[in-house]
Design a protein around this ligand. Structure first.
Ligand code: PRX
Length: 658
């Protein structure tokens, strides 16, 4: 590094606040700070601003219906169609030839769908689904990787009013079956396989294996042929080839069905405290208005932009900010099939340069990996097209933030660190990029109209600098409406903790710890429930635990998250072998395989630690916090309250010895 570079690094390291450049502010969609007051004074009518970004077939009568709180309803009486809003209206407005999706395959092939072409394919697939018998409100499961047919299928479902339930392609056969069973889903769209680091991965076998465990009859399965000759597969009786069906329906015209604002747009399963994934229900009007509004105000997306979110559509980030938000605004959204280090570690920067990407949104775990690989990779590319950067999914440490700011943004792009969840539908806490000063490591203030605070166990706001819990006092249009077919669990999971039901005062509890500073900036500390965040992926420790105890030879287990340089958190399994079983490498391998089979490779344990006992309190509760500290290499607090303090040294030794 030259002398000049060294002093630049040192300056950056000390700087704690960053203001958006004037050039950004001048062109931003939202740049008037009075928006905060405007939303506060005018709440809930302020949300009409979000609804105004959409085309409504029938105008809504009421912005917020709160008579049956916390079962809030938004834009009631309104009717619209999400696929119409993401496609037809842009074509009608003359954007037929604008690129809607620019797709990059891992091996280097590319596909571009203009808005006109995307609409045609969506109509053809919507006609296909109808012919197969899919009716309005039937849940269609989409078990697909990052190929263009996934957003096509989502929008085709939306067009005919059939909610989709996308299952992340990296999830296991078991996970697919659980989700199809829970949603009573009789239709599946999947594919033969996809590419990862140059290898053709078989996906259809996993799908077929999952189908065997679906308890009801599955009427039809549509299979996209992604791999061609690279994978031979045969189709079962009720299985159809996607291309053939779409060719048969080429040119079909399918009127977008009018959906009530509160009709379900999709289901998305996510992990919670218990073993059963939660089916988060999102609706058509509120969700679409909210994702369009946050794409406009936070991501500053304009129709002429090329925008890229490097998440997977199998998670909420991809739903909201690859598909629905960006397409509702009529922009060009980039999709990448593969891994960031294939064929080289500069792959993402190559895609940014080639497509002249304006706005880039990724996860801190990716940024930490880029840092580790070194700045020579972004340095090889012209990244000057970038105007704004974003992060999501987990806390970002100030060092990673500054690296991103300097080496990707060239100190010219604001960064939005956006806190939100599957349940919130869209962003909740983040700076507005043209308005607020950025503080690395802190997500920022709640967005206009979002009444979030940090409270103690009693629900009283904590003083600046003290740790507490995030809560949200008012509803917002993108919020989940319930957990699928489980209103009771919806209340228990999100509302019981801080609400006063008798007084009809409802407080949403996202189960995240946080701190707040004197300027009202919120720094997220992480989950306070049994959910861990591995590379920005949300995993339930209870789900992993039940996979571990399902392995023959394991008597008891505790699964916790431990700190990890790149992944943020990694999975640590502490397991007690059953009598007669040796804690050897074979058993370890079986535990690892058991977890991968039950959930998927993302949950692969970092370490499996066999121990004759788990540390327990006198009342018999496993001391998870202690196990987390051991896994993270932290100082251990007082262990004298344990019933069996002697096991701690044993376990520590094993972890240190590995
Ligand atoms: O703990 C928070 C963390 O991710 C959780 C939500 O996970 P999921 O529903 O999978 O959605 C991820 C993408 C929106 C939150 O409860 N999280 C999300 N964004 C941030 C974050 N933690 C810190 N900073 C963030 N920006």
């Amino acid at each position: 590094m030259s002398q000049e570079e060294v002093s630049l690094e040192a300056r950056l390291e000390e700087q704690e606040a960053f203001d958006p450049p004037e050039s950004f502010v001048e062109q931003a969609n939202v740049s008037d700070p009075s928006i905060y007051e405007e939303f506060e004074e005018n709440w809930p009518e302020c949300w009409e601003r979000a609804a105004d970004l959409l085309s409504w077939e029938e105008e809504y009568d009421t912005v917020l219906e709160d008579g049956d709180a916390p079962f809030y309803e938004w834009f009631t009486g309104g009717e619209l169609n999400a696929s119409y809003n993401c496609l037809d209206r842009h074509v009608e407005d003359g954007a037929k030839n604008r690129a809607a999706i620019k797709w990059e395959g891992e091996l280097g092939e590319t596909r571009t769908y203009t808005y006109g072409e995307l609409l045609n394919e969506v109509e053809a697939f919507a006609a296909t689904l109808r012919d197969l018998g899919v009716e309005e409100d039937d849940v269609v499961t989409l078990y697909m990787p990052m190929i263009p047919e996934l957003p096509v299928a989502m929008l085709a479902c939306a067009r005919i009013g059939a909610p989709h339930s996308v299952v992340f392609a990296g999830f296991s056969a078991d996970a697919l079956a659980t989700r199809m069973n829970s949603a009573d889903s009789e239709y599946l769209v999947t594919c033969d396989g996809y590419y990862r680091r140059g290898d053709a991965l078989d996906h259809i076998s996993k799908a077929n294996e999952g189908l065997e465990d679906v308890e009801h009859e599955v009427s039809d399965v549509v299979v996209v042929d992604r791999l061609g000759d690279a994978l031979n597969h045969s189709l079962g009786d009720n299985q159809h080839d996607y291309d053939e069906l779409v060719a048969e329906h080429e040119g079909a015209s399918v009127e977008p069905v009018s959906r009530d604002a509160e009709d379900m747009l999709f289901l998305m399963y996510t992990s919670g405290t218990t073993g059963q994934p939660k089916g988060v229900k999102h609706t058509t009007g509120g969700y679409l208005a909210y994702t369009a509004w946050t794409s406009h105000s936070v991501l500053d997306i304009k129709p002429e932009d090329t925008y890229w979110c490097s998440a997977d559509i199998g998670w909420i980030t991809g739903h909201s900010y690859i598909v629905y938000g960006p397409l509702a605004l009529g922009t060009t959204t980039v999709m990448y099939e593969g891994t960031p280090d294939y064929p080289e570690k500069d792959r993402l920067w190559d895609i940014v340069e080639k497509n002249r990407v304006d706005v880039f949104y990724t996860a801190p775990t990716a940024i930490r990996a880029f840092m580790k690989w070194g700045q020579q990779y972004p340095d090889q590319h012209d990244l000057s097209s970038l105007r704004l950067l974003g992060t999501v999914g987990e806390p970002i440490n100030p060092r990673a933030w500054k690296w991103y700011y300097k080496h990707i943004g060239n100190e010219e792009c604001p960064i939005v660190d956006t806190w939100w969840q599957t349940e919130t539908g869209g962003m909740m806490i983040t700076t507005l990029p043209a308005i607020n000063t950025m503080k690395p490591g802190s997500a920022g203030p709640p967005l206009p109209g979002i009444d979030a605070q940090v409270v103690d166990a009693e629900g009283d706001e904590v003083d600046a600098g003290k740790a507490g819990y995030v809560t949200v006092n008012n509803p917002w249009p993108g919020m989940l409406r319930t957990l699928y077919k489980n209103d009771e669990r919806f209340i228990n999971e999100y509302w019981d903790e801080y609400s006063d039901a008798d007084a009809d005062e409802w407080v949403y509890f996202p189960e995240d710890g946080a701190k707040i500073d004197d300027d009202g900036y919120i720094t997220i500390l992480g989950r306070v429930d049994d959910v861990i965040n591995v590379s920005g992926h949300r995993l339930g420790t209870m789900e992993i635990e039940s996979a571990v105890v399902g392995v023959e030879g394991v008597a008891e287990a505790a699964v916790v998250g431990g700190d990890h340089d790149v992944k943020g958190e990694a999975v640590y399994v502490y397991a007690i072998p059953e009598d007669g079983y040796e804690p050897n490498e074979d058993l370890e391998e079986q535990v690892v395989e058991g977890v991968v089979d039950a959930i998927g490779p993302i949950a692969r344990p970092e370490e499996v630690i066999f121990t004759p006992e788990l540390p327990k309190t006198r009342s018999g509760k496993i001391m998870r916090r202690l196990l987390e500290d051991i896994a993270s290499g932290n100082e251990l607090g007082n262990t004298s309250t344990l019933r069996n303090p002697e096991v701690v040294d044993d376990i520590k030794e094993q972890v240190a010895g590995d």
